[in-house]
Design a protein around this ligand. Structure first.
Ligand code: AQP
Length: 337
């Protein structure tokens, strides 16, 4: 791995039993491509998962499961660094400095927080949910990341990261790389199959619109075939007037590496049913080897844990250097023990 490559950093929460198509197409697929050209750090963000109540055993299981799915997606520990966020204590240490650099009003404007806290009510909303975008700031700045490959829903958090990095650099001297979001327009937001105005999300009100990558093929085929479509019968990419069909076309185009115009031509004169039947098959065929590879990694927890341990070691080497510099810049007295 060449060190002069630009650096990328991103993470995924271990909050469910499976990644969904939105996670994969919006983020993880780009991570796999970027490991070829960038010095890439990818983590399972278990500390972020704690912002909502988690069963301890489920969290441990889902953390391994998330790591297994990342490797099954094509992340190669020889080409990138894969680790678990809590294995690198520098994340929470830098986070405190970042909290002290963030305005209360600034944090209050984060739409993810506003949406999630509105769903739960203030009494059930943790302070951790409020400050987690700031932990994310620390996650990114620790690695001096040039780019952060994420879905559209994370854009505001990257903007916050940029603002805080610039503020810190302005106050204490150049310390952090100011990162750019890396968001592919085509797959920035994959929509819920039952409600194409909402993003596909694990906290959707119904699982029917969410295609989990570890779903049984029959289950995902059923979800795709019963996807809500639009009035009319023509298969054209028109997100404004035909959000349902446009979402299916995006998923089809990305999984098969086909251009949308080519697909429009292929389905000219055919009904919605033809597109859905084909897409159900494409998703099932794509997901079958993914499921097998995930299972193989889970069946060998020792190898999985050793990959994560090596990843954490590599990550810590970078994180510790940045943290020491940031502590020094703000005037914390170095520890001599
Ligand atoms: N629908 C989506 N389209 C494109 N990208 C998406 N991502 C998530 N949903 C979509 C991207 O996946 C990455 C990892 O997501 P995360 O672990 O942070 O999970 P999340 O954002 O909490 O995912 P969900 O399913 O949307 O969960 P809830 O319901 O909790 O909000 C991120 O880069 C994200 O942008």
């Amino acid at each position: 791995m060449a060190n002069d490559r630009p650096r990328v950093l991103s993470g995924i929460q271990p909050t469910s039993g499976s990644f969904h198509l939105g996670n994969y197409l919006g983020a993880v697929r780009q991570w796999v491509a970027l490991q070829e050209t960038h010095d890439a750090f990818y983590m399972v963000v278990d500390l972020h998962a704690l912002t909502l109540p988690q069963d301890p055993k489920a969290l441990r299981d889902n953390t391994r499961l998330a790591a297994a799915q990342l490797l099954a997606s094509g992340l190669d520990p020889e080409r990138c660094t894969v680790f678990v966020q809590s294995h690198v204590p520098e994340h929470t240490q830098l986070s405190w400095l970042m909290e002290c650099m963030t305005g209360f009003g600034e944090a209050s404007r984060m739409t993810q927080f506003k949406d999630k806290s509105a769903k739960q009510g203030t009494d059930r909303t943790s302070v951790g949910l409020f400050t987690y975008p700031v932990l994310q700031v620390a996650d990114i700045l620790l690695y001096q990341a040039n780019q952060v490959p994420v879905g559209e829903d994370q854009r505001q958090h990257i903007e916050l990261t940029r603002n805080i990095a610039e503020r810190f650099n302005g106050r204490y001297g150049n310390t952090f790389t100011v990162p750019e979001p890396y968001i592919l327009r085509e797959t920035a937001k994959i929509y819920d199959l039952q409600d194409p105005s909402a993003k596909m999300s694990k906290s959707a009100s119904s699982p029917k619109g969410v295609v989990d990558l570890l779903d049984e093929p029959k289950a995902s085929a059923k979800k795709i075939k019963s996807a809500v479509t639009d009035t009319g019968s023509e298969i054209v990419f028109d997100p404004e007037n035909k959000p349902g069909i446009s979402n299916l076309l995006t998923i089809h185009a990305t999984l098969t590496n086909t251009g949308i115009p080519e697909l429009e031509q292929k389905y000219a004169g055919k009904g919605y049913g033809a597109l859905k039947t084909d897409l159900a098959e494409i998703v099932s065929e794509w997901a079958a080897p993914f499921r097998d590879r995930t299972r193989d990694f889970l069946d060998d927890p020792e190898t999985l844990d050793s990959i994560l341990a090596k990843g954490a070691e590599k990550a810590r080497a970078v994180a510790a250097e940045t943290l020491a510099q940031a502590y020094d810049r703000v005037g914390l007295l170095p520890s001599k023990h």
